[in-house]
Design a protein around this ligand. Structure first.
Ligand code: PLP
Length: 438
C-alpha cells in the first residue's frame, strides 16, 4: 500500500490528512482505506461523496458495501433521528423495542433464521458464529476458502488475497495471531468440492464448520455454481459440521432473503452486517432456535456479551433499511438491471479494445478482472493483471468515479444510482481502458 507524499500540497484535504497522520497510525482507521491520495471525505449524499476540496465522486465504493440505499437515505436518517430523540441510546439493561423489532424482521425475512443476535460489526458476528459452531460440534477446525474474507478476528484471519506462492498455504493476515489459531483454519478452493472433500479426509471429525461468502466479493465476484453450494450443504450435513453463510456483503444486497434465497441453499448459521444498516454500525448472527439457544442469554454455555450489542440507534437504522427494501421490491430489479448494464457495457468495451477481461458480478455488484475467462475460483484470479486492475480503479477515481484502487476490489450500485450514471461511467471507462491498453 502506498502513502501519498503530501509535502507541498496545500489543499484542505492534504492539511487534514497530515493532522490525521499525526494522531492516527497512517492517518486512517482501517488499512485498506489508505489508497495513496488525500481523500478526506466531508460530505455524502445519494450516489455521491465530496472531498474536503469540493471534488465530487460518483461512489461505487459505498463504504466497502455498507451503503445500499444511497448515502443519507431519508428513511434511514429519519429513523436514526427518531431513535436518538427517544432518549434511549444504549441497551444497558433488558432489551429495547428496536432490538426486538429488528430480530423479528430478520427472522421473517431470512429463510434459515429463527432467532438472531445483534453485534456491532461483521467481525464480531463471525467470531460468535465460529465459537458457536465449535461449541455445538466440539471440534476445533474451521474450513474457509482462499479469497474469502470474514473479518479481522484470529479464527478466520488468513488466505484472503494471497500472492501465488502463498495461496492455499500459510498466509495469515497479520502478525500477532497465535500459531494454533492459524493452524485451526484450513483452506479450500471455491467452486471445487473435491478440495473440500480432501480436507475432510485429512481431518476426519475435526472440522466444526465450513464458512463462506456465498459470492466471495472480497476478491471481486466469484459466482458459485449451483452444484457447489448444494454440494457444501450435503457434505457438511453428512460430516456433522455446520454450514455458515457469511452474508455480510450479500445479505439484503442481492435479495431481501440474502443469497440463500437466490440459491435455495439453507445454511445453518448466517452472519450479516454492512448494508443491513445503510452505513450505521450493526451486524447479526442468525440461525435455528436449537442452535441459537446455546447462547448464555438463553441459559446455554456459549457466552453472549457486548455492551453495544443491539444498540437501539443502529437497530433503528437496520429496521428502516429492511423496511425500505420490503416496501420497494423494485430495488432489486433496478440494481440488478443497472449491474447488468455496466457489466455488458464493460464487456463490450474491453472486447472492442482487444483487452482480455471479464466483467463479473451479481446484482448491483461488479468487478472487471483483467484476464481471460472463465473465472471460477481463486486459482483463476492468480492470472489477473493486478496492475491494470488497480490502474483502472485509480484512473476512474481521478475522473470522479470512486472505485477503491486496490486489486480485486468490487464496486457497488445503490438505490441512488441511475442509468445516466452508469452510461457516464461507461463513457469514462472507454477512455481509461484505451489509455491502459496503449
Ligand atoms: N465478512 C465479510 C464477508 C466481510 O466482507 C467483512 C468486511 O469486509 C466482514 C465479515 C467483517 O465485517 P466488519 O468489517 O464489519 O467487521
Amino acid at each position: 500500500m502506498t502513502s501519498a507524499d503530501l509535502t507541498g500540497d496545500s489543499s484542505t484535504g492534504a492539511k487534514l490528512l497530515n493532522t490525521a497522520r499525526d494522531v492516527i497510525p497512517g492517518g486512517v482507521n482501517s488499512a485498506t482505506r489508505l489508497v495513496g491520495a488525500p481523500y478526506v471525505l466531508t460530505d455524502a449524499s445519494g450516489a455521491y461523496v465530496t472531498d474536503a476540496d469540493g471534488r465530487r465522486y460518483l461512489d461505487y465504493h459505498a463504504a466497502f458495501g455498507a451503503i445500499l440505499l444511497g448515502h443519507h437515505a431519508p428513511e434511514v436518517d429519519d429513523a436514526v433521528r427518531r431513535a436518538v430523540g427517544d432518549g434511549i441510546d444504549l441497551a444497558g439493561w433488558g432489551v429495547t423495542e428496536p432490538e426486538i423489532e429488528l430480530a423479528r424482521l430478520v427472522v421473517e425475512t431470512i429463510p434459515s433464521a429463527e432467532q438472531m443476535i445483534s453485534a456491532m460489526s461483521g467481525s464480531e458476528a463471525v467470531a460468535q458464529a465460529v465459537r458457536l459452531a465449535r461449541a455445538i460440534t466440539d471440534r476445533p477446525l474451521i474450513l474457509k476458502f482462499q479469497g474469502g474474507f470474514h473479518g479481522w478476528q484470529d479464527a478466520v484471519a488468513r488466505n484472503v488475497i494471497s500472492a501465488p506462492d502463498r495461496a492455499y498455504g500459510r498466509d495469515p493476515l497479520s502478525r500477532g495471531i497465535l500459531e494454533d489459531a492459524i493452524e485451526s483454519t484450513v483452506i479450500a478452493e471455491f467452486n471445487d468440492l473435491d478440495s473440500v472433500r480432501e480436507l475432510y479426509e485429512r481431518h476426519p471429525e475435526r472440522i466444526a464448520a465450513v464458512i463462506l461468502e456465498p459470492i466471495p466479493h472480497n476478491v471481486g465476484a466469484l459466482v458459485p455454481e449451483a452444484a457447489f453450494l448444494a454440494g457444501l450443504r450435503a457434505i457438511t450435513s453428512e460430516q456433522g459440521s455446520l454450514l455458515i453463510f457469511d452474508e455480510v456483503i450479500t445479505g439484503f444486497r442481492h435479495a431481501l432473503g440474502g443469497y440463500q434465497q437466490v440459491s435455495g441453499v439453507r445454511p445453518d448459521l448466517t452472519t450479516f452486517g454492512k448494508a443491513m444498516g445503510n452505513g450505521y454500525p450493526i451486524a447479526g448472527l442468525a440461525g435455528p432456535r436449537t442452535l441459537m439457544e446455546r447462547f448464555s442469554s438463553a441459559g446455554g454455555d456459549v457466552l453472549l456479551a457486548g455492551t453495544f450489542n443491539g444498540n437501539p440507534v443502529s437497530s433503528s437504522a437496520a429496521i428502516a433499511t429492511i423496511t425500505y427494501l420490503r416496501e420497494h421490491p423494485d430495488f432489486y430489479e433496478r440494481t440488478h438491471a443497472l449491474g447488468d448494464r455496466i457489466r455488458t457495457g464493460l464487456g463490450a468495451i474491453t472486447e472492442e479494445l482487444g483487452i482480455p477481461a471479464v466483467a463479473a458480478g451479481f446484482g448491483g455488484v461488479f468487478a472487471l478482472y483483467f484476464t481471460e475467462g472463465p473465472i471460477r475460483g481463486y486459482r483463476d484470479l492468480l492470472r489477473d493483471n493486478d496492475e491494470a486492475y488497480v490502474a483502472f480503479h485509480r484512473r476512474m477515481t481521478d475522473r470522479g468515479f470512486l472505485m477503491l484502487p486496490l486489486a480485486l476490489k468490487r464496486n457497488h450500485i445503490s438505490a441512488a444510482h441511475t442509468e445516466d450514471d452508469i452510461d457516464r461511467t461507461l463513457e469514462a471507462a472507454r477512455d481509461v481502458l484505451r489509455g491502459i491498453r496503449d
